[in-house]
Design a protein around this ligand. Structure first.
Ligand SMILES: Nc1ncnc2c1ncn2[C@@H]1O[C@H](COP(=O)(O)OP(=O)(O)OP(=O)(O)O)[C@@H](O)[C@H]1O
Length: 847
């Protein structure tokens, strides 16, 4: 695609275009000094550069003829592309995506989007560069690229989408291939959403209309006989019992050993194969899973059938062994009847990225983990993964039955995906079917797989997920079979709308109940056996107040059911049931967790009442002398370099103005230091959780300090507003800038050290900081401090030299009248602050 050649410098138009783009980017920096993606640059920002274009390409002059415009278009596009790529490559190779200088790349993209809308460059150019950028970045970097794409989506996809859609699809799909579905699930979601929002759902460009399979996906395994390959591994005998013994220091290959599928557990009809025999049969199934059309060959089909049967038999016997508790302590590992929600949570946490390890030595462990090094859950996960593949293929075979074909007989079919000449008949039944496959066998096998999956404690829920995904997918398959008819529907006319509205109103109008009022059944009074009734009343569940925690799981279970409700009726019933449980939980919680009620934003999510910390927090507040609450309840941000004293000032404020402020605890990916308490100093989360929160727009700001991520939860910040406490947030400069860019309204005070030397001394007081970290922090602080006086980011600069003076200055800032908020920026020195204290003592002293 690149047009760049060694001799390109000799093309005067390319050099002129490069200069023009560079000038435009330098100009962009003066218009938008912030190093952020927002705000986007617009056409009016570049007007003065647009007028220079005709000097390079006369055909772009307003008075040139359309013919000359057309004939020059290809040259213009090539020139802009060469110039843009040259600038882009030098920027990307010299600047990291986290650096503020990288804003120039976002500016270049904005510029190209404007040129593309003016038909002055190839419409796809921006996306070609985005594709290269995504290729060159780590997953974290790709997140930033997506921040840009999402913020500009409407603008960059509004025109000429056809030329852009293929490259959008290609780059998104490439990225999805790189992402781990388990680790980066939320980011995958963002990529999908971007694709779906950019490309209309009915667009055929992404549809595999020729029904091609992804045949490159080959699963390699050891095809040589067990005895010839791999010597006995050193450590594969994980528990000794199931491993390969050694004698006299020499490796000895043991005789092929059965998977401990004991004879007692053998199903009557099926023979349980030994591991070495099963190994190649089992892994060969992957070939059919990735290329189902090979099953049209009868001999292949026979192999597939026997492979699936052998695998099922092995899986079933594994399950029997585990259920019967054979093997040391196995019963301890098998979870007792677990609540569905809990089980799902466990599954998620052990949700490995399904990459097959096909080594012969691992095989037994994968099938069943009697060795307990692998948990039962991950083992189950592996088996389920295989079974779902088998389930899909069998479903595919069943779509070839005459009954299935009859359903689509009347539609115009896409022959490439229908396989009209392949039939699924009974074994050896006439009409010379090209595929001799037993429908009965397929149905039986499908049932067998279904019951196997459902047999586990949470299997029922898991299978429902599988079923609903597959049934949705069938809708898409059908659409493809029907040659992708347009899915847009004509808009509803006002007349139709009014009719529907009136109809709905009629239906919703309550009618008189048929039965009379007060017609409650009194049949219980006819109870014959009085004693029994009395006994029933003694049941503790009738009079004992249930435990609040009991409702947590019940509500979670209702939530899960709601996700999979098949009909509106079922959904309504479940919602009612959830509402009733939520109401009862709230009634119990009101005794001990009333303060938490403020944090409930939506009745559908009352998790906050189940959190222990809320109760403790409330008790602490209750006993305290109340401090004075500022009139202006806008959140306060204390910004400033690390070690300057933000936490110290925050603690003083919380202590002296009890109950007036709510310290917002940030989330971080770093480990807790000595003495740090989770939830009090930080919410300590792992990177995966952090990224999920980040992708889910959970944070109002986030920053990165030496690969440690920090973020402030929007929810926590908004919660105190309701309880009339003022949110108090400590942020570094990056976080402060981001919060402001995101439109978060706050009063921001910059806490500055009196000098770098003092800051250095304070940093050294912080436990666990290495010399290198101290120097890094000092270096980062220097620029921040220098710019603080002139930056419009801060509403007030407070020098933290003498702690009491700085505290006073902070109170001044917080308690001053709402009018003074944010309208001026003031650099207060010690003397200033001291002077102010004397003159404004009344105002300044809140108490
Ligand atoms: N005015 C002051 N005079 C002397 N020491 C101070 C003063 N303010 C803070 N300190 C000390 O400086 C050290 C760092 O303070 P603190 O932890 O509050 O900084 P911070 O800005 O919250 O840092 P970070 O952002 O890294 O968490 C602490 O040991 C604290 O006791």
């Amino acid at each position: 695609m690149s047009i760049t050649t060694l001799a390109e410098d000799e093309v005067p138009q390319v050099s002129a275009m490069t200069d023009l783009l560079k000038d435009a980017l330098a100009h962009a920096q003066t218009i938008k000094p912030a190093a952020t993606i927002e705000p986007p640059l617009t056409k009016s920002n570049f007007e003065s550069f647009m007028v220079r274009l005709p000097a390079i390409f006369p055909s772009l002059a307003p008075d040139s003829t359309p013919q000359s415009k057309d004939s020059d278009k290809a040259r213009l596009y090539a020139t802009v592309e060469t110039a843009a790529r040259r600038i882009f490559s030098s920027m990307v190779s010299s600047t990291s995506i986290g650096s503020p200088k990288f804003v120039q790349v976002w500016n270049l993209f904005d510029l190209l989007s404007i040129l593309s809308d003016n038909e002055q460059c190839d419409p796809a150019l921006l996306f070609w560069l985005v594709e290269e950028l995504l290729d060159s970045q780590t997953v974290d970097g790709c997140r930033k690229v997506f921040d840009f794409l999402e913020s500009r989506r409407e603008r960059i996809t509004a025109k000429n989408l056809k030329q852009k859609s293929l490259v959008i699809l290609r780059s998104c799909n490439d990225l999805l291939r790189r992402l781990s579905r388990a680790e980066d699930a939320a980011f995958c979601g963002r990529v999908y959403i971007f694709m779906f929002q950019s490309i209309p759902p009915g667009d055929r460009s992404s549809v595999n209309l020729r029904g091609e399979y992804h045949v490159e996906n080959v699963t390699a395994f050891e095809e040589t006989p067990a005895a010839l390959d791999s010597p006995v591994p050193d450590k594969m005998d994980i528990d000794g019992e199931g491993g390969h013994p050694k004698s006299d220091g020499k490796d000895v290959k043991p005789a092929p050993k059965a998977v401990s599928f004991e004879a007692k557990n053998k199903p009557d009809s099926d023979k349980i194969l030994d591991t070495d025999l099963l190994y190649p049969i089992f892994w060969a199934l992957q070939h059919f899973f990735s290329q189902p059309t090979t099953l049209f060959d009868q001999s292949e089909l026979t192999k597939f059938k026997s492979g699936i049967e052998a695998t099922m038999t092995a899986f079933e016997s594994v399950e029997k062994i585990q259920k019967s508790g054979k093997g040391p302590d196995e019963h301890k590992l098998i979870p007792q009847k677990r609540k569905a929600a809990e089980a799902n949570e466990d599954l998620r946490s052990t949700n490995n990225n399904p990459k097959y390890l096909t080594s012969r030595e691992l095989f037994e462990l994968e099938l069943r983990s009697t060795n307990f090094v692998l948990s039962q859950i991950s083992d189950l996960y592996f088996r389920r993964h295989i079974l779902i593949q088998a389930f899909i293929i069998i479903d595919f075979l069943l779509s070839l039955t005459p009954q299935a074909r009859a359903k689509i007989a009347n539609v115009q079919q896409n022959r490439s995906v229908v396989y009209a000449d392949k039939n699924l008949g009974e074994d050896n039944v006439g009409n010379t079917p090209k595929i001799f496959f037993s429908e009965i066998w397929a149905k039986k096998m499908k049932d067998r797989i279904t019951s196997y999956i459902q047999a586990d404690s949470d299997g029922f829920f898991f299978f429902r997920v599988v079923e609903s995904v597959i049934s949705r997918d069938k809708g898409w398959v059908r659409w493809k079979v029907e040659n992708c008819p347009p899915i847009e529907r004509p808009s509803v006319s006002p007349v139709e709308f009014n009719e529907a509205k009136a109809g709905a109103k009629r239906l919703a109008t309550s009618r008189r109940p048929k039965a009379g009022l007060n017609s409650l059944s009194l049949a219980f009074m006819d109870e014959k056996d009085d004693n029994q009734s009395l006994e029933r009343l003694k049941d503790p569940t009738r009079w004992r107040l249930p435990d609040l925690a009991e409702f947590k799981n019940k509500i979670a279970s209702d939530d899960l059911d709601l996700d999979f409700a098949n009909s509106e009726k079922e959904k309504t019933q479940l919602l009612e049931s959830k509402a009733s449980k939520t109401w009862r939980a709230l009634r119990i919680a009101r005794r001990s967790r009333l303060a938490a009620f403020d944090k409930i934003e939506d009745w559908q999510n009352v998790d906050v009442i189940f959190q222990e910390s809320v109760a403790e927090e409330t008790q602490e507040d209750d006993g305290a002398d109340k401090g004075k609450c500022p009139k202006n309840t806008t959140p306060i941000i204390l910004s400033g370099p690390s070690g300057v004293g933000k936490s110290t000032l925050t603690s003083l404020l919380l202590e002296r103005q009890k109950g007036a402020f709510n310290k917002i605890v940030r989330h971080t990916t770093r480990a807790a230091k000595n003495g740090e308490v989770n939830g009090q100093d930080f919410h300590f989360v792992d990177l995966k959780t952090f990224n999920t929160m980040l992708d889910g727009d959970y944070f109002l700001e986030s920053s990165n300090d030496n690969e440690v991520r920090y973020g402030t939860s929007q929810k926590f910040v908004n919660a105190p507003e309701a309880s009339e406490k003022v949110a108090l947030i400590q942020l570094d400069r990056e976080g402060t800038q981001m919060a402001k860019d995101n439109g978060f309204s706050a009063r921001i005070a910059f806490i500055s050290p009196p000098s770098l030397e003092v800051l250095e001394a304070r940093l050294r007081k912080i436990e666990g900081l290495s010399e290198e970290e101290v120097q890094q922090k000092l270096k980062a602080s220097q620029e921040e401090i220098e710019q603080s006086g002139s930056s419009d980011l801060y509403d007030r600069v407070i020098i933290n030299d003498d702690l009491e003076t700085a505290y006073k200055a902070l109170e001044d800032f917080i308690y001053e009248s709402a009018n003074a908020n944010g309208v001026h920026e003031e650099t207060s020195t010690d003397e200033d602050t001291a002077m102010k204290d004397e003159t404004n003592d009344d105002d300044a002293n809140p108490s």
